[in-house]
Ligand binder design. Sequence first.
Ligand code: GLA
Length: 391
Amino acid sequence: MPLQINPPLADLADDAVAALKSTFDQDATVTAAAPGRVNLIGEHIDYCDGFVMPFAIDRYIVIAATTNDLSVARVSSGDEPPVSIPLREPATPGEPKWANYFRGVIRGFQDRGHTIPGFDATVVSSVPLGAGLSSSAALECAIATLLEGLLDTVLDTREKALLCQKAEHDFAGVPCGIMDQFASAFGQTNKLVLIDCQSGEPDLVPFENPDLTVLIANTKVHHELSDGGYAARRKATEDGLAMLGKDSWRDVTLADVEQAWDRLGDPVNRRSRHVVGEIARTVAAAKALEGNDFEALGPLMSASHDSLRDDFEVSCKELDIMVGIARAIGRSGGVIGARMTGGGFGGSTVTLCESSQAEAIASTLAGEYEKATGIVPEIFASRPSQGAHLI
Ligand code: GLA
């Protein structure tokens, strides 16, 4: 099975420009792109002062736009009918929900004193939706980049990512951490975005070994993060930290959690064990990757998945099946490590493998997964790519 080729960014940009013409009869003057992300390791610890290791993937959301003479933003996406967002007043959440990403990012600029000119915009995407690959962060970062272009201004990258995160909190109702927006905003070709979520500093780590391939397998199963599962996990970690009497998860050891096990109670004790373990695993994985120590990296990815499945309980049957197939292929078949990636409750797995075996591995993942579940997955290879930018 040939690995699915990711659509070239230039083609997406052409599609967005054509959509602006057909929907609004307008020629684009600004076109912005922002990528989704995949996370190699460090899951559900970006809101716990942990370390995370995502990269921006070569799948993008692209928006083509131009100003209009109205004091409204008219925005459209795919088959959705255009939505009008008034710009004379501060934006507030509304219907339809997908337009809240526009409203939220517009509000972030308004709160910084910007007056947004009326504009028409069309959105196209090659980031699979609801696949745990941060299509929402990609949309937010693409909108923010578009507004920078329309306003002829440039925000500090960190500030831009935080503005987008606030839009996700206040307008999409997901109390996410900083990983997705940082990966989409700071991503660079051939670089991982290793983030210290305590200091909020991203470190761009080279990842360009042609012998390594990252396979993303979308299980095509999707459970909404905003249905409460994500918020409940975040709340449990906050409760755990308070019960442990610490200011930061970086000051908590596994021994601290084990000593307080009964007092923390279930599930907070298991959630806490995940956080402490995952922080340590991510630090170890960064070191292993730096030293090309794949024998160390694989077990760390496996342990991360098991902890997310058993202690954090954000995996699901389909993710476990996909990871199980990769594990069964094993090191002798070219698999270095595999785990679920992103928020969980469905979505995608990430498999790090030897490039020479990548096609065979993708084919086994697809065939065995379909046999086990009846679902045809979407599997593609991805490399670290350029973060949000104007085209
Ligand atoms: C979602 C959130 C991120 C992060 C991951 C889990 O993608 O948006 O902030 O918490 O889940 O690692």
